[in-house]
Write a protein that binds this ligand. Structure first.
Ligand code: HMG
Length: 417
């Protein structure tokens, strides 16, 4: 029985900031951000949006595109590390806004950037456990990456949500059966209660990511069937590699580590590759990893959603060429837990490849640095949306310690009114 992602929809806020402008304002060489980190632009969330409204907009769009009745969703999982309450889950607000029925298992998941994958795997297992029963889950990863203004993490911010229908008719990605996992308690990135911005030990976080990648991939590689030929590498079996991408250079570093580990594990292949390792790794990166980085280089880090922004972007750009082919995926969440897995792009993928990313990026507005700083300082205040708002739900603010949300008409409906 095939289980996997039936369809995806992405939502990213209407505002973006060019990293060259941020660099100029911080007195940093623009190339450090645009080439050193590989980020061109980052999404900026206005105060009338939060993880609930972004998740609900992505969720509404995927349900509508797939023609799925919200009441038929039996499990709604929302992954975020930007929670809006210590007890009340983001998922129940989203459940209400989407009109999902009462007979639904719903909760919020947290494990830094890994939670989106935790939710996807939990949903897939739930569908699998249902046997022939018609189970369908809605998984949404939604986050706003925030660091202190002026800090070294600042150019690695971003915002967005990815909604995925998970079920037995996977038209976007058929999930493989095996996973390689790796967990370990590290202090690379965390956000103590009461703080809006994350604390990060930047260089350490890069090292922790790479250690977790090695651990998860080596476990996964050992499970791979059929066994490898003496000179065969795992890379030969995948058309693309997707990584959790806090910034594109991180995916490049990850791919470099992955490629070497993979080749070293095959003695005959390693003997061929070792004399020209850097050249081979660079070529492998361009072929396998770079194609999935188009959208993240313009949206920035979306934490739990980042890996799935890469998947959505890849499907929009290449689903026709990738049909019937396998892709590898690596998810990392600080703290830490990581998972390496794979999936096959089904022949139906071109029919569901419009995830909304390209359109939203084309239509969004780039703001200047003073506007970005004002929006960042205003933070989670709520309010009424400005002209050009692309979302479908709005965060009005907090009254009597309760968060209040509402629906706005979809842009298409507003335009035709
Ligand atoms: P930094 O320390 O200011 O930057 O911050 P740097 O000095 O390491 O420079 C960055 C790169 O730019 C380097 O390239 C420089 O050489 C290059 P590399 O050597 O690494 O290949 N560079 C230049 N290139 C061209 N022209 C120039 C120039 N100058 C320098 N003029 C850091 C970088 C990533 C540490 C910082 O942005 C940060 O702390 N970000 C947040 C943490 C993060 O994203 N960590 C990633 C791994 S952990 C993770 O992914 C989990 C996470 O998503 C959270 C979660 O799980 O929830 C963060």
């Amino acid at each position: 029985m095939s289980i996997g992602i039936e369809r995806l929809a992405v939502y990213t806020p209407q505002y973006g900031l060019a990293l060259a402008d941020l660099a100029a304002a911080r007195g940093v060489a623009p190339a450090k951000y645009t080439q050193g980190l590989g980020v061109q632009e980052m999404a900026v969330a206005p105060p009338w949006e939060d993880v609930v409204t972004m998740a609900a907009t992505a969720g509404a769009r995927v349900l509508r595109a797939a023609g799925v009745d919200p009441a038929s969703i039996g499990m709604l999982l929302v992954a975020t590390e930007t929670a809006v309450d210590h007890a009340k889950p983001v998922s129940i607000f989203v459940h209400d806004l989407l009109g999902v029925g009462p007979h639904c298992r719903t909760y919020e998941l947290k494990h830094a950037c890994y939670a989106g994958t935790a939710a996807l795997m939990t949903a897939a297992d739930w569908v699998r456990a249902g046997g022939a029963r018609p189970r369908r889950a809605l998984v949404i990863a939604t986050d706003i990456a925030r660091y202190e203004l002026g800090s070294s993490g600042e150019p690695t911010q971003g915002a967005g949500a990815v909604a995925m229908l998970v079920g037995r008719e996977p038209q976007a990605l058929i999930l493989g059966d095996e996973s390689g996992t790796y967990a370990g308690n590290v202090h690379d990135f965390w956000r103590p209660l009461g703080r809006r911005e994350a604390i990060v030990d930047g260089q350490h976080s890069v090292d922790c990511y790479l250690i977790a990648l090695a651990g998860a991939f080596q476990m996964y590689r050992a499970l791979e069937r059929p066994p490898f030929e003496p000179d065969e590498a795992f890379q030969d079996r995948v058309a693309r590699m997707l990584y959790h991408t806090p910034f594109p250079k991180m995916a490049m570093k990850a791919h470099r580590r992955f490629a070497e580990l993979d080749w070293r594990a095959s003695h005959a292949r390693w003997a061929q590759v070792e004399p020209r390792l850097e050249e081979a790794a660079a070529q492998s990166y361009v072929e396998l990893a770079a194609p999935a980085l188009t959208a993240v280089s313009r949206i920035g880090n979306t934490y739990t959603a980042s890996l799935y922004v890469c998947l959505a972007s890849l499907l929009e750009a290449e689903s026709r060429m990738l049909t019937g082919r396998r892709v590898g995926l690596f998810s990392y969440g600080s703290g830490s837990c990581a998972e390496f897995f794979s999936g096959v792009v089904p022949t139906s993928a071109p029919r569901v490849s419009d995830t909304g990313i390209a359109t939203q990026l084309r239509e969004r507005t780039l703001v200047d640095v003073p506007t970005y700083e004002r929006l960042a300082r205003t933070g989670d205040a709520g309010g009424e949306p400005a002209a050009g708002f692309a979302g479908e739900f709005v965060f009005h603010g907090v009254r009597n310690d309760r968060r209040e949300y509402g629906r706005v008409e979809p842009v298409a409906a507003r335009a035709s009114a």
